[in-house]
Design a protein around this ligand. Structure first.
Ligand code: ADP
Length: 702
């Protein structure tokens, strides 16, 4: 791709900053990032050819500081600024400031941004251009009496909208005349405080709407084209969740009419660059022949632009750069084709189980499937990053293409099952339920879809799958083995039988019970009984020297309050391979892959697109016949060994101090449970011990 600029600055962050760099760098353009304190180690900063720190974390002090961004561009010799979406992307003053400083704003002219900035003004302009708008009232007379009279004329239900509104603020649905005065007062109050402007418009409330938008592009030579539609009807509280192109069931005549209306809209305001004209379609009687109305125009690149790229094969960021540099549009309308279907989902850091509150924390695990032209992942975060409340909670967009919608959904489903996130709550499982929902698969969608199917999409927490518990147990055993191997290596007597983690109680295969609590709040006991080579249930094959290469018979029993409980599941489980946190187990002959992270207090199992957090309760070891040897001393909680007060073979009295642990920032001295002799002591000061780990034993007698 021949280059059009030498160097641009990207006035944005996260996935969109990475996305813009992907194209710009491929075109040989140097990219300058700007970043806040919170993003000093972010992926987009690493990826940039140069980066300028512009301020503290709050966006008002960094990504919205126009002067600091323009200064950064001048300092680094950037010729143009790409604003991405959000932040300053639809700020006409910023576009003007760029021009005044000799910088190209990669977006439309300031006047075009202003023309679409206020909803009332935009609707007036569109009416003049012959673009259909939602029937209603959007004039200057804002007296209570005029608005009430207009409301009667329009009829109910109707919508009051703040002309300066955004993000659904300053919007009220009114079902009958009696509610109108109160709703008007509320919408005005909200608009005044959020936007400093309490002018409202009224429009007919469409009761079964679909949100369908047209991607347009225009150049400075008066050419404007449509790159077809995207359906963004799947929204939760006006926030888009799933977007697709083309719109399911879109009749060709509607595509052409809507495309022509969008192009007329762009031309009417002297538009340049990428823009999106959003329409609301009244689908009360289906999509065929349904009326559609202009809703608003977004004068920037949209979050969901990848679905358009996947069906057209065009790179919209490349188009933006070319058009901003003064080139004509790369293609005329007749040369723009679409092929197949693309569906995008937005992966958010939010907790569907808690009404989708934004989630924060460290991404302990983040892995995406490989991109292959069919599957695309636009991410702005990496494993180990912290997600804060300062910015939008979107972590990534996962997009799939297919020759038809069914195939695209199948690829997307596969992609989501191979996405792994842990450390904070996300909507990953929710997204899978959405795209698997029969009504969604049938293309039976409108903006009320998510609310209508809430019971299916956000079911109450269910019991952990038995496989998750089996894998959690394998993870716990593997970690303990690794810890003991570490202790043994440090003890100078690595061959000692006391370092064995399995079968260390000589001559007797043991059963071990681990207790986990799942998302359903119930405790389950998982009992592992090693299977020996001669057991008929064993499928032991190659690794004869490895302890329990024959695997375990595992049973899952629900805690009935008294400890034991009814058995819910049972299987023969064998660890076939482990690389770090990646486990491959064989469960009753079927292979299961998962990522298992064992923490002191919980085990996280990531399997097939679901992340299960299993809280651990105190570990118990039951020999199958007798209770634990009475002199065993275990760590009551995870911690660090501060001091070992006794030596191997020392005689101790009951209650004598043995080991000092530091746990949860407190010191705790463990004492002898009975009189006897210290045995099996392998601890050293500085060792880390896990909850329930055996520290030493006090053997009976002198
Ligand atoms: P904002 O700028 O606050 O996002 P919009 O005008 O874009 O407001 O509308 C946001 C959403 O509200 C739309 O996506 C649609 O779901 C719904 N909406 C807007 N206008 C209407 C209407 N006249 N009837 C029904 N729903 C509407």
């Amino acid at each position: 791709m021949p280059k059009v600029f030498d160097r641009i600055l990207i006035a944005n962050r996260g996935e969109i900053a990475c996305r813009i760099m992907r194209t710009a760098q491929a075109m040989g353009i140097d990219c300058v990032a700007v970043y806040s304190d919170a993003d000093a180690h972010a992926a987009f900063v690493d990826r940039a050819d140069a980066a300028v720190h512009i301020g503290p974390a709050p966006a008002g002090d960094s990504y919205l500081k126009a002067e600091a961004i323009v200064a950064a561009a001048r300092r680094t010799g950037a010729q143009a600024i790409h604003p991405g979406y959000g932040f300053l992307s639809e700020n006409a003053d910023f576009a003007e400031m760029c021009a005044a400083n000799g910088l190209t704003f990669i977006g439309p002219p300031a006047d075009a941004i202003r023309a679409m900035g206020l909803k009332g003004e935009a609707k007036r302009l569109m009416e003049e251009a012959g673009v259909p708008v939602v029937p209603g009232y959007h004039s200057a007379d804002q007296s209570d009496a005029s608005l009430a009279a207009e409301a009667e004329r329009i009829g109910f239900p109707l919508l009051i909208k703040a002309v300066a509104g955004g993000g659904g603020k300053g919007m009220r649905v009114v079902h009958d005349a009696g509610q109108f005065a109160d709703a008007l007062a509320a919408a005005r109050r909200e608009a005044r405080s959020a936007f400093g402007n309490d002018v409202v418009l009224l429009e007919k409330y469409i009761q079964v709407p679909r949100h369908i938008e047209i991607q347009v592009f225009a150049d400075r030579y008066g050419l404007a084209v449509s790159l077809f539609e995207r359906d963004c009807s799947l929204q939760r509280r006006h926030q888009k969740v799933v977007e697709e192109a083309p719109a399911p069931g879109m009749p060709q005549e509607m595509r052409e009419a809507m495309g022509a209306a969008a192009v007329a809209a762009a031309k009417a305001i002297g538009y340049e660059g990428a823009g999106t004209v959003e329409f609301i379609v009244d689908v009360a009687n289906g999509l065929d022949g349904a009326p559609f109305y202009f809703m608003e125009m977004n004068t920037r690149l949209q979050v969901e632009h990848p679905v358009t790229e996947m069906i057209t094969g065009e790179d919209l960021v490349e188009w933006q750069l070319r058009v901003a540099a003064g080139e004509p549009l790369p293609l005329v309308q007749d040369d723009i084709d679409m092929d197949g279907y693309a569906v995008e989902v937005r992966l958010y850091a939010e907790d569907p189980a808690r009404d989708f509150v934004p989630a924060t924390g460290r991404l302990d695990r983040l892995a995406f499937p490989d991109e292959d032209g069919i599957l695309r992942v636009d991410a702005g975060v990496r494993q180990g990053d912290r997600v804060t409340l300062h910015y939008d909670p979107m972590l990534a967009k996962i997009v799939a293409w297919g020759e038809d919608r069914r195939t695209a959904l199948a690829h997307l489903r596969h992609g989501l099952r191979n996405t792994e996130v842990a450390g904070l709550a996300t909507n990953l499982s929710f997204l899978q339920r959405v795209i698997d929902h029969p009504a969604f698969v049938a293309g039976d969608i409108d903006t009320g879809f998510i609310a209508r199917h809430a019971a299916d999409l956000t079911p109450p927490a269910t019991a952990p799958a038995p496989e998750w518990l089996y894998l959690a147990a394998l993870g716990v055993v593997a970690r303990r083995r690794a810890q003991v191997a570490g202790l043994a290596a440090a003890s100078g007597d690595p061959g000692s039988p006391w370092h064995r983690v399995d079968g260390w109680r000589l001559n007797r295969p043991y059963a071990e019970t681990l207790t986990f609590e799942g998302a359903d709040g119930l405790r389950r006991h998982l009992t592992l009984v090693p299977v020996t080579a001669t057991d008929p249930g064993s499928d032991r094959d190659t690794d004869a020297d490895r302890p329990h290469a024959g695997g375990y018979r595992m049973t899952v029993a629900l805690d009935d309050g008294d400890g034991a409980g009814s058995v819910e599941a049972e299987a023969h489980v064998r660890l076939r391979g482990q690389t770090g946190e990646r486990f491959e187990a064989v469960v009753d002959g079927l292979s299961v892959h998962a990522t298992v992270q064992v923490h002191d207090d919980r085990v996280v199992v990531i399997h097939a697109g679901h992340t299960a957090v299993l809280t651990r309760h105190t570990l118990r070891v039951d020999a199958d016949t007798d209770a634990e040897a009475p002199g065993t001393v275990r760590a009551p909680m995870p911690g660090k060994v501060l001091a070992v007060l006794v030596g191997e073979g020392d005689p101790v009295a009951k209650g004598a101090p043995l080991v000092v642990l530091e746990a949860m920032k407190m010191e705790q001295t463990l004492t002898a449970p009975r009189a006897g002799t210290v045995t099996a002591l392998t601890l050293r000061p500085g060792d880390q011990v896990g909850d329930g780990d055996v520290l030493l034993s006090v053997a009976d007698g002198e």
